[in-house]
Design a protein around this ligand. Structure first.
Ligand SMILES: Nc1ncnc2c1ncn2[C@@H]1O[C@H](COP(=O)(O)OP(=O)(O)OP(=O)(O)O)[C@@H](O)[C@H]1O
Length: 764
């Protein structure tokens, strides 16, 4: 070994030892914090009894310490991943949380990656150094330093750098090459500059992130949630952040990212999951879902509600006080007009309708008894008696019933007559038939925006409840201000990490916590409340949402503080978006910003070349992304006759499984084919499952429809019957493009008929 090499090895060992010593200090600090927090939690839990005020304070402390402990545990792995050496000789270690040295004037021991001072770790380049001399990426396993990569930011480096301007290239490539586990990992140690700019963009307004497959849109969206929660903690911990994904499997796939960044205050949901009390598990055709997603469904639902505001053909007879009374068409029509003119939701306007009808009926009874013999008090008494009469109220309920969204929608979709009335102006016969289904059928994801719309149209008659709630809220707020004052006096709490209680809680938040009398986070409370409005909403695969789904999300976010990530070239849903303008014009006109991601981290160039060829056949002006790596594995295509799939596919899948070793393989195919051959294939291969549950992604091989694979990734993908995928809908080529771009290493294609032209060119 040359002397120079020996020297380099020695320096390296010394550096590793120094980093290990520093890591020991950091983990020592982490352990101290954990012990301290555990002790406080225990003391709080031990301290039982006392007046209700003391108990509420305890609930808050319990929550605070439990959250803190969860955060301290979740950041254990890879807690410190980088270091910045500045021109002036200063060094900073960067990690998942901030740690401070309280014995030394709270000097930072570890900078939270989201802190402004940590930003050059992601942005500094040799050409724009921002005072950074060296950037170090640390590779650790649990508490041990395994390796490091240094980038010296000088002009030599500027000349040698890759044209994609990657930071920490070796560390990044090692991460990208690693086998997948079925769960998305955070990218906090290797965020690239174009991604960092989006993660840290301001919170106001709508930001659209357009990016081709694998450019890190999902990763960026999740890290942005963590960044916003850190930077705007006070605002967001009250209203919470909502992250919307396309289906439960995808939510499971991304579910670990935010906890691993120490953030738990985010509600992850599909649009179908946003109606408390409804589990939308029903299935329906893409066409039916598309019709339900059209904006014109608002007219259908409005008509359906009006259809429940009836007047008698002539009159309805009821018996009151042993005499016959008439609910007359003329009176009912006038009452209905009056109620509708209030423009209140149906259930609230119902009271106006009833008031008018009781007035008319009182007059009828009065006329019979002789109006000149009755004074105001007598008439009021008659009115009260009429309101208490079951037969009269039943007859009025028939005309203008109190309705729930569930009841109305179920009746509407299962009644050809009601459906015909409500849809007369907007749907043709075939579309109407596509909506019809049996009464009591399970709710589907596309029903949820309809239920939400109906909840708005129907409203709840909760005036008394609301007044009582407002009174309680005023009392609780006053009380919370008092508690906050007392807690601020508590030196022990005020000391913790230099955070005063009032930095993380304010009176309003405290009052909200008291109100629930339990210790739910904003996200947990939001999940139970249909009318909850969020501080920020992030939508992934945003191109898939229907117009009706957008209405739900816009209602949940009146501030329009939103991040929408997606790719209009991947739109598969028939009612999804072809352009961001079309989606947003209605809500924010042109007041939205577009950010683009251009580098593909997932798909190697060999596979991306195939996908790019297909993209050129699609009706889009989008550019294919640049892949950061190539693997040398060329995609392959093989023709198998349709009737031989059952016998030949198991062998192919088995061979691919051998190739990916302990990684993950997906076999993607059209839905009908999966229903037909999936179970047999899974039976023939013990490692394979037909993906029905979200955690099926963690098995070595999973069989999915192309639609289900949206947003996911696997080491290897076997795509079966691409020619059927391409032909199966107007957006078949988009679906095919999605399927081709799921693999991180290998792609195989099995076709039964001719390959679609955009694919055939790659395999000639
Ligand atoms: N800076 C990065 N460092 C390490 N890995 C990254 C980085 N950016 C993206 N990745 C990885 O690249 C893969 C693709 O990222 P992601 O799923 O977020 O892309 P996407 O744009 O949402 O893709 P699609 O539109 O196809 O769903 C993931 O494995 C992600 O962890």
């Amino acid at each position: 070994m040359s002397d120079a090499r020996v020297d380099r090895e020695a320096v390296r060992e010394e550096e590793m030892a120094a980093e290990q010593r520093y890591l020991n200090v950091l983990y020592g600090k982490l352990d101290d914090l954990r012990t301290e927090t555990t002790q406080r939690l225990k003391a709080t839990l031990r301290d039982s009894g006392g007046p209700p005020q003391a108990r509420t304070e305890r609930d808050i402390s319990t929550r605070m310490y439990t959250d803190k402990l969860n955060q301290l545990s979740s950041v254990e792995h890879g807690m410190c991943f980088g270091r910045l050496d500045l021109d002036g000789g200063e060094t900073f270690h960067i990690g998942r949380i901030g740690l401070f040295d309280e014995d030394n004037e709270y000097e930072p021991l570890l900078l939270d990656w989201r802190a402004p001072a940590a930003r050059p770790f992601y942005l500094a380049t040799a050409a724009a150094r921002d005072g950074v001399r060296r950037r170090r990426h640390l590779k650790t396993s649990w508490r041990k330093v395994l390796d490091y990569e240094d980038e010296i930011l000088d002009l030599d480096a500027a000349e040698q750098g890759s044209d994609l301007g990657l930071a920490g290239e070796a560390t990044l490539l090692a991460r990208l090459d690693a086998r997948r586990t079925g769960q998305m990992q955070d990218i906090v140690s290797t965020i690239q500059a174009e991604q960092d700019r989006i993660i840290r963009a301001g919170m106001n307004g709508v930001l659209v992130v357009q990016g081709a497959p694998g450019t890190g849109k999902t990763a960026v969206a999740l890290h942005r949630a963590a960044y916003l929660l850190y930077t705007f903690r006070e605002q967001l911990s009250k209203r919470g952040v909502l992250v919307v994904g396309p289906n439960p499997t995808f939510l499971h796939y991304i579910g670990q990212v935010l906890p691993s960044l120490g953030e738990t205050g985010v509600l992850l949901s599909t649009v179908g999951g946003l109606y408390p009390g409804i589990t939308a598990t029903g299935a329906e055709s893409a066409r039916t879902a598309e019709i339900k997603g059209r904006l014109s469904m608002t007219d259908v639902l409005t008509a359906a509600v009006r259809d429940r505001q009836q007047v008698p053909r002539d009159h309805v007879e009821v018996t009151f006080d042993r005499e016959s009374l008439q609910l007359k068409r003329k009176d009912a029509t006038a009452a209905r007009t009056r109620a509708r003119r209030t423009r209140r939701p149906h259930n609230l306007a119902r009271r106006v309708f009833q008031d008018e009808m009781f007035k008319a009926l009182t007059l009828q009874v009065g006329e019979r008894l002789g109006l000149d013999l009755l004074d105001r008090r007598d008439l009021d008494e008659i009115n009260v008696e009429l309101r208490a009469d079951p037969e009269v109220t039943r007859a009025l309920d028939e005309l203008w019933p109190e309705l729930t969204p569930q009841h109305l929608l179920d009746e509407l979709l299962s009644s050809p007559e009601r459906l015909a009335t409500a849809t007369a102006k907007v749907l043709d016969d075939a579309e109407r038939d596509a909506l019809l289904r049996p009464a009591g059928a399970p709710w589907t994801p596309a029903d949820v925006p309809l239920l939400d719309e109906l909840a708005e149209l129907l409203g709840e008659d909760d005036a008394a409840e609301r007044a009582e709630r407002e009174r309680q809220e005023r009392e609780e707020l006053a009380y919370a201000q008092g508690v906050l004052h007392i807690m601020e006096q508590d030196e022990e709490i005020a000391d913790e990490e230099r955070l005063r209680v009032s930095d993380v809680l304010d009176a309003e938040l405290l009052a909200e916590r008291f109100r629930t009398s339990s210790d739910l986070t904003a996200a947990e409370r939001a999940a139970e409340d249909r009318t909850w409005t969020f501080g920020h909403v992030i939508v992934d695969e945003a191109q898939e949402l229907s117009e009706m789904a957008w209405r739900v999300l816009m209602r949940r976010c009146p501030s329009r503080s939103m991040t929408l990530v997606g790719d209009v070239a991947q739109t598969g849903a028939l009612g999804g978006a072809s352009s961001w303008d079309d989606v947003l014009d209605r809500y924010v006109q042109d007041r939205w910003k577009l950010a683009e991601l251009t580098v593909n981290y997932r798909t190697p160039s060999e596979i991306m070349d195939v996908a790019a060829e297909l993209l050129s056949d699609m009706d889009t002006e989008l550019e294919p992304p640049k892949s950061v790596r190539s693997t040398g594995n060329l995609p392959w295509a093989q023709q198998i006759a349709r009737e031989d799939l059952n016998t030949e596919l198991p062998q192919l899948v088995s061979e691919e499984l051998d190739e990916v070793a302990d990684g993950r393989l997906a076999v993607l195919m059209p839905a009908d084919l999966l229903a037909e051959i999936g179970p047999g294939l899974a039976e023939a291969l013990p490692e394979a499952v037909v993906g029905t549950r979200p955690d099926d992604l963690e098995s070595p091989a999973v069989l999915l429809t192309v639609d289900e694979a949206k947003g996911l990734e696997f080491d290897s993908v076997l795509l079966v019957a691409p020619e059927v995928v391409a032909e199966s809908s107007d957006r078949g080529l988009n679906d095919l493009y999605v399927a081709l771009t799921r693999a991180t290493q290998r792609l195989g294609i099995v076709h039964c008929g001719d390959l679609p032209p955009g694919l055939a060119r790659s395999f000639e």
